[in-house]
Structures are given as C-alpha cells and as structure tokens.
Design a binder for this molecule. Structure first.
Ligand code: G16
Length: 544
C-alpha cells in the first residue's frame, strides 16, 4: 500500500451548517469535493497518527463510495483503527454510541438527515468528536478554515474493503473492523429501558404499534429491537429496508412526509401508537392513536416522567431545549426544581452541557429528543421511552399527554416553513425585521402586543463561547412568542422558519386545533415581518 499526495485547491462553500456539510449529490461527487472536506476534518483534528475513527452513514446514494474514499484517506493520514458499520451503515445515534463505547477519537457520519436522497437528492458529511457529539462551533470553524487553505490531500492506493462481511482486516499497520451496526446500540437501549415490561405490553397487553422507518437507516435497528428483542408483531416496522433513494420519499418524520404511517393512524383501526424516524435515525415523530404529539410536548412529558424509567430513576441533572422550542419543558423543570437551558438551534450546543453534567435530557421542536446516553438526538430511544411510560403507567400515550396538559397547561406550538426561497428575499426580510427590533416593543397587531424583541445570542455556560444572531424573537404578552430564523440545513436557496407558541392554562381550552389557537398570532407575524410581502407567497410549504 502506498500513500499518494494529491494536489488540490480550495472549493468554495465548504462551510458546515447547522449539522455538518450538506449539498446536492452532484456537487459532492465533483472532483476532489469529498476528499477536500475529509482532509480538512483531519487537518482540523491535528495529528491523526495512531488515532481511532468510526465511519458510517445512512445508506443514501453515494454512501458506499464515500466510505471507501474516507477509509483510504484515514489510512493515508495514519489512523490506527477504523470501525465501520456493516454495509457502510450507521445511524447517527449508533455512531455516537460507538465513539463513546470504544473510546474513538471521533467519527465521520455520512448523511443529509431528513433531506431526500438519490442521484438528484442531497448528501452530507458531519464530524463528531471524541465525546460522540457533533463538532462544536469552534471545531466546525477550524474545519472550514482548513478547507479554504487546502492544497493537497492524502489517500492510499489500497483496494476497496468488503463492507458487507463483518470482521477485522489488517491494512498496513492499521486495523479496519466491519462491525454489526445494531448490536452495541441495542445493548445500550436495553440498559436504559425496562424491556421485560415493554415486552409484556406488546405481547400480552395487546398493544399495537406501527414504526415507519421511511426506507432509511433505522429499519434494521427497529426490526432488531422492536420485533426481535421486544416481540412486537412482525410487520410492526414498515418501510424497514434502507434504500439509496429512500424509496423516492422524503425521510422526514412529520405529518406531511410520513404518509403511510399517517394513513394507518387515521384509518379505521389505528394502532395504539405510531412513530417514525428520519434518514439517519436521530429524529422521531410520535403519535398517539388519536393525537399528534408535538416534539416540544414530548420533551416535557418525558422529563416529567423520567423517574419512571430505569435509566433515569436517579433523577435529572437538568434539561435543555433549543430557543425556538416551546417552553413546555421549562414548566416541568421549574416543578422538578432542576435547571433548564435555552440553546441555539443545533444539537452541537447540548454537548458541552452534557459533558459538564449540567443536563440529562434535551430536545428540539425539529423532532429531536435525546439524553446523555449518547451525544446526538435519538429517534428510537424516544420511541422506547414512550413505550416504557405507556407500559409503566398503563395509560395510552394520548391520556398521558392530556393529563400532562391538565397539570401544566398546554403550550400550543407550530412551525411554518417557506422552502427554496431566493436567498436575497429571505435575507432582506430578516434584515428589515432585525433593524426594527428596538422599536417593536409596544407595537400591536391583530390584538397581540409585543413586549420584547431581540436577536438571540447564546453564551455557552461551560466554555463562555458566544453565538450571535441565532434567531429573531418577538415576545408578546401572556407568554405568546414568534421566532423567525433561516434554516442551516437546506441545500437550495433559503428556508425561512416561522415558529409560534402560546400558553393556555385554562383546562377547558386544551383541545383547540393548533392552527386555530395560533391563527391571529401568525397573522400578526405576517404583518410585522412582512412575510407575504417579501416572499410573494400565499402560505408556507410545510406546517408542523
Ligand atoms: C439538524 C440539527 C438540529 C436542528 C435541525 C434543523 O437536525 O441537528 O439540531 O434542529 O437540523 O436545523 P435548521 O432549522 O437549521 O434547518 P438534522 O436531523 O437535520 O441533522
């Protein structure tokens, strides 16, 4: 095996976004594109000699080819041991689990998450550090910096590794291990949840469940854990075979894209519980038999009931949510008398808090929930947590949520996405609103009066780093709030996200349709921010 030094030059736009580098497949397969970014990761890591790296992806188009390139580059850069999921597959939470369990120095995960795949779809690459979590802001900046000065990369001429047969290969001085992508993760889940109780619920309790893997990476994990280990009926997992193009679907677990699950849950005899996960298995959507459980509420309910689950019986150090997420969990934290942190959007901001033992659970409105068991959000973990609660309380998920609202009041929440907007229009809207912020308090629209307005800045309580411009917040009376920000995960134009939430303490007003409950607040947002005026759109593309 010989190491080749290949001349290259910087490629514009290799700046990681909310979660790694996401681009169209066609851009990724361009000459030196992947190689440049991978070498930039290694350069940002510093000395790679003797280090250990985890590699895997969500199985989308180009996953296998990219794994082979990364293996050859890791060998050329001196890594001592590579751990690769069989078939090149690893869900994001499983990769985090492996990094932590085997003391790796980091991991490279190939995924564009919930974005569509296939030759015309999206591809992505993210680097996770030795704690198992997404690269921090500082590390992401170092990778970007390395990408703008790169002049060569290192790669071996070694043959492709057989990704499909588990076992160890010796290549030069290094060991390349193809490992079962599911086993370590499944073992971790068994250590956190009461599997015998869930098994009883599924087998003797007659409880029915439908898990939509959306032809993405969670399929093998869900089949192993739900059907094989917990004994759920065969067929509980639908769309369970990972496909390079996700079967032509959009692996985003929401009411718009998880079409088959939604059809079954709205059918004549709906299962007792429904769930879906995304491309790389870190997101989750959970549905009661007659209720969509908002991710913000899900985090609040899990927090309020964590003491009922074996892995969290000793209590929670604290909780955190991203800023746009509704404050439902804040009320629970106050009742439990534990700290609650508000971070910018992006899982990377939770890592420091977990490493410093400041939080145990955290979550985001974007269908992300997780805990300190790994350093990523974890879709299947959230589903198992819910099943454990249902089994423990002997109540349906719907009842658990409704009783939660009775106790804490309901935080109505919605998000409107305006996708593929010309970037200039989106930026003009944000700039105009940003300039108005100082004069907004006191202004009323559609019966709602602004009491505070700012551009969210976050100071990390662990390392003191400051992240500016993380979203425009308009706070109204009665706890109502509007947030606007631009997504950091899209690959075409800009995506404007408009978030709205209000708090309803009246027990008789907890069953209102969310769209109706927030209609006038959303109308106020349109008037104040000039959304339809700037974008020339009648309404959002996706409402969650
Ligand atoms: C990523 C991040 C999340 C974030 C989400 C949406 O999730 O890990 O923390 O909430 O993107 O970000 P944005 O609003 O900037 O598009 P995923 O599942 O896409 O990796």
């Amino acid at each position: 095996m010989s190491v080749m030094k290949v001349s290259s030059q910087p490629i514009r736009g290799q700046k990681p976004g909310t979660s790694g580098l996401r681009k169209k497949v066609q851009e990724f397969i361009g000459e030196h594109y992947l190689e440049n970014f991978v070498q930039s990761i290694f350069n940002a890591m510093g000395e790679c000699g003797g280090r250990v790296l985890v590699i895997g992806g969500d199985g989308r188009y180009h996953n296998r080819e990219a794994v082979q390139v990364i293996v050859r580059m890791a060998l050329a850069n001196g890594f001592r041991r590579l751990l690769i999921g069989q078939g090149g597959l690893l869900s994001t939470p499983a990769a985090s689990c492996l990094i932590r369990k085997y003391g790796a120095d980091g991991g490279i995960i190939l995924s564009a998450s919930h974005n569509p795949g296939g030759p015309d779809g999206d591809f992505g690459i993210k680097f996770n550090g030795a704690n198992g979590g997404p690269a921090s802001e500082a590390v992401s900046a170092a990778i970007c910096q390395a990408s703008v000065v790169i002049d060569h990369y290192l790669i071996t001429d070694s043959p492709d590794i057989n990704l499909d047969s588990p076992g160890e290969h010796t290549v030069g001085d290094a060991t390349v291990e193809i490992i079962d992508p599911v086993a370590d993760y499944a073992e971790l889940m068994e250590s956190l949840f009461d599997f015998p109780k869930i098994e009883h619920l599924l087998q003797q309790g007659g409880f029915t469940l439908c898990f939509d893997a959306m032809h993405a990476v969670t399929g093998p994990y869900a089949v192993e854990i739900l059907e094989r280990r917990l004994g759920a009926q065969p067929g509980t997992v639908i769309n369970g075979v990972p496909l390079e193009d996700f079967g032509g679907g959009h692996p985003d677990p929401n009411l718009v894209h998880a079409t088959e699950l939604v059809r079954r849950m709205r059918g004549d005899k709906p299962p007792d519980f429904g769930a879906a996960s995304d491309g790389d298995g870190d997101r989750n959507m959970v549905l009661g038999s007659s209720l969509f459980i908002n991710p913000c509420d899900s985090l609040a309910v899990l927090t309020a009931n964590a003491h009922r689950v074996p892995g969290y019986r000793n209590g929670l150090a604290g909780v955190a949510r991203s800023m746009p997420t509704s404050p439902a969990v804040d009320r629970v934290a106050a009742a439990l008398d534990i700290p609650c942190y508000e971070t910018p959007t992006g899982w990377k901001f939770f890592g420091n808090l977990m490493d410093a033992d400041k939080i145990t659970l955290c979550g985001e409105e974007s269908f992300g929930t997780g805990s300190s068991h790994v350093r990523e959000k974890d879709g299947l973990w959230a589903v198992l947590f819910w099943l454990n609660l249902v089994a423990e309380l002997n109540q349906s998920a719907d009842t658990i949520v409704r009783e939660h609202w009775q106790r804490f009041g309901r935080d109505y929440f919605t998000r409107h996405d305006y996708e593929e907007v010309p970037a200039q229009q989106a930026e003009a809207l944000m700039d105009e609103l940003r300039q108005q912020l100082p004069s907004l308090p006191g202004r009323s629209s559609h019966g709602h009066t602004i009491v505070a307005a700012d551009d969210f800045s976050y100071t990390d309580p662990v390392d003191g780093s400051v992240s500016h411009s993380q979203g425009l917040r308009l706070q109204f009376g009665n706890g109502e709030r509007i947030v606007l920000r631009l997504s950091g995960t899209g690959t075409s134009g800009a995506t404007l996200r408009l978030y709205a939430n209000s708090h309803e303490p009246d027990p008789d007003m907890l069953g209102i349709d969310t769209g109706k409950a927030l209609a006038s607040l959303l109308a106020a947002a349109d008037t104040i921010a000039g959304i339809s005026r700037h974008l020339g759109r009648d309404g959002p593309d996706v409402i969650t």
